[in-house]
Design a protein around this ligand. Structure first.
Ligand SMILES: Cc1cc2nc3c(=O)[nH]c(=O)nc-3n(C[C@H](O)[C@H](O)[C@H](O)COP(=O)(O)OP(=O)(O)OC[C@H]3O[C@@H](n4cnc5c(N)ncnc54)[C@H](O)[C@@H]3O)c2cc1C
Length: 501
């Protein structure tokens, strides 16, 4: 079976990995859109403290976390995965009681979280922390490097015969895939052996990407109150969610762009509004970065019908230029794992999937000469999370902003993260800021993940929001099974796309 996977973030890379492992002929296409969530993701894998009243979310993230040790072994390379434990910290010890009760309730179904214990002096485990904090330690929590996972999955998929192409993919109404070459380079050359869309089937790649991505780490996640539809609650109350409960204390005025309604057609900063449906063109219309283009059916040797007129992929979030005409890639099935862009990719199918981007800005800092590799994750009841990584690195994150497709690092965002980070960990005052990253979490407006078929040949897998590094590899496995017509490893009913979307 031939399967095209659109998007090579952690979900698409995983789908390619599992598909190729089951004998499918896989082509992965990624446009390298700025704002890919996976490269910015913090890397916290600690599902037991969240979604207290949402069993469907919890099951997906719990199974995602459970999936990791096996995956690490299978991949056989360092993906930055380490069970470093998580410190749940609070100024007032009473604030730890709800999460203690939640963990107690969940322990029988998830003993892998380990025995939760009180920690009298959390700064002994994470030295920069304020010494006024109380804490619980969840020893089973892990951190992972999202970029390393994605790259390792892609490498393994390629080793099994998958092809990786650089380009922007678009769908026709009947689910055919066309790929457009990009005039500007992708975000990173993360795939081992990328192949750009070719003007002629069988010609050698003219602009093959090469090499692997720079070692880009990914870490942690903290959210402002989610969209109401996500059902997150505040910290008070016995079943409250720990991590999602509270926003970072505001240190700056809200972004001028305001709050984006959680819809696929949400206004975006710095980009023109997207068409709500592809613009049909007469045959023979010319290609243009600004306008729709009918693709030349140049790759397919078995295409017998004239190609439908379709629009090039929308220039979402960043102006993109398309050098050439679209190239069709034959496929029996398509998996759309295009993160925050999934709604737009699927629009030509005649489905409206309200997937929207939720921006996260995150700071990486270095404490020269300090071994931070085994520091636990720090998850406060309020304020930012912190993680230690090898190379004396500490990650502090993250903002949660509904500002549309605007993957920019802002002064306000950095100030918010750094100021709040220093409040909880004043020992970071002298740390060197080495990097700021930004990513667009893919959020499905109804409030849960979105996994399942949207047509008889297109499966979507997205909406993992702040939990994509936790549940992404497992979600890719689910999507692969669905594309192959197999029983998925989890009941997908709660995540299935609405019928008649
Ligand atoms: C700051 C931050 C911190 C986070 N921390 C955590 C954490 O600690 N733990 C956790 O579990 N999760 C975390 N997350 C969430 C997690 O990173 C995301 O849920 C996850 O990475 C989403 O992966 P994805 O593959 O669905 O999407 P993405 O990683 O966004 O990948 C989508 C890909 O699709 C490509 N694409 C889109 N449209 C097209 C097209 N038309 N043609 C070709 N390619 C296309 C894009 O280029 C992109 O590479 C965090 C996220 C952020 C932003």
């Amino acid at each position: 079976m031939r399967v095209v996977v659109i998007g090579s973030g952690i979900v698409g890379a995983s789908a390619a990995y599992y598909l190729s492992g089951r004998g499918a002929a896989v082509t992965v296409v990624d446009g390298g859109y700025h704002g890919e969530a996976t490269q910015a993701g913090a890397g916290i894998v600690c599902p037991w403290v969240d979604h207290p009243e949402d069993d469907a979310w919890y099951r997906l993230t719990r199974e995602g976390a459970r999936h990791y040790p096996e995956l690490v072994e299978e991949l056989g390379e360092d993906i930055g995965y380490a069970k470093v434990g998580a410190l749940l910290v609070a100024e007032d010890p009473a604030d730890l009681e709800p999460v203690r009760a939640l963990l107690r309730r969940r322990y029988p179904g998830a003993p892998e979280m380990g025995d939760v214990t009180d920690v009298a002096a959390p700064a002994e485990l994470f030295p920069p922390l304020s010494d006024t904090l109380s804490a619980l330690l969840v020893p089973g929590a892990a951190r992972v490097d999202g970029c390393s996972v994605r790259d390792a999955l892609l490498r393994a998929a390629v080793a099994r015969g998958a092809e990786v192409r650089t380009g922007a993919a678009t769908l026709t109404a009947d689910g055919q895939v066309y790929v457009y070459a990009l005039a500007d380079p992708p975000r990173s050359q993360n795939a081992p052996a990328e192949t750009p869309p070719q003007a002629d089937a069988g010609t050698s790649p003219a602009q093959a990407g090469s090499g692997t991505s720079p070692a880009q780490a990914a870490e942690g996640e903290r959210s402002r109150p989610a969209a109401p539809s996500q059902g997150e609650r505040g910290v008070s109350g016995a079943t409250t969610s720990w991590r999602q409960a509270t926003p970072l204390p505001p240190t700056s005025p809200p972004p001028p762009t305001g709050t984006t309604p959680p819809t696929a057609g949400a206004p975006r900063e710095g980009a023109p509004p997207l068409p709500t449906s592809p613009t049909p063109l007469p045959q023979g219309a010319t290609a243009s970065p600004q306008g729709p283009t009918p693709p030349a059916d140049v790759t397919s040797s078995n295409a017998t019908t004239p190609p439908p007129a379709i629009a090039p992929p929308p220039a979402t979030g960043a102006a993109r230029r398309f050098d050439r005409e679209g190239v069709r890639i034959d496929a029996d099935m398509v998996i759309v794992a295009a993160g925050a862009w999934t709604g737009e990719v699927c629009r030509p199918l005649g489905v409206e999937l309200p997937v929207f981007p939720r921006r996260g800005q995150i700071v990486h800092a270095t404490l020269e000469g300090v071994d931070t590799a085994w520091w636990p994750i720090v998850l406060p009841s309020a304020g930012p999370y912190l993680l230690g990584f090898p190379d004396s690195r500490v990650v502090i994150g993250a903002t949660v902003e509904d500002v549309g497709f605007a993957p920019r690092v802002t002064m306000g965002g950095l100030a918010e993260v750094i100021e709040a980070g220093l409040r909880i960990a004043p020992g970071l005052f002298g740390a060197t800021v080495t990097e700021a990253r930004v990513g667009l979490r893919p959020v499905y407006a109804p409030g849960h993940a979105l996994i399942g078929p949207v047509t008889d040949r297109v499966v979507v897998a997205t909406g993992l929001s702040a939990y994509g590094l936790t549940a992404g590899p497992f979600t890719g496995e689910i999507a692969a099974a669905l594309a192959l017509g197999e029983e998925p490893p989890l009941d997908i009913t709660p995540y299935a796309p609405p019928t008649g979307a």
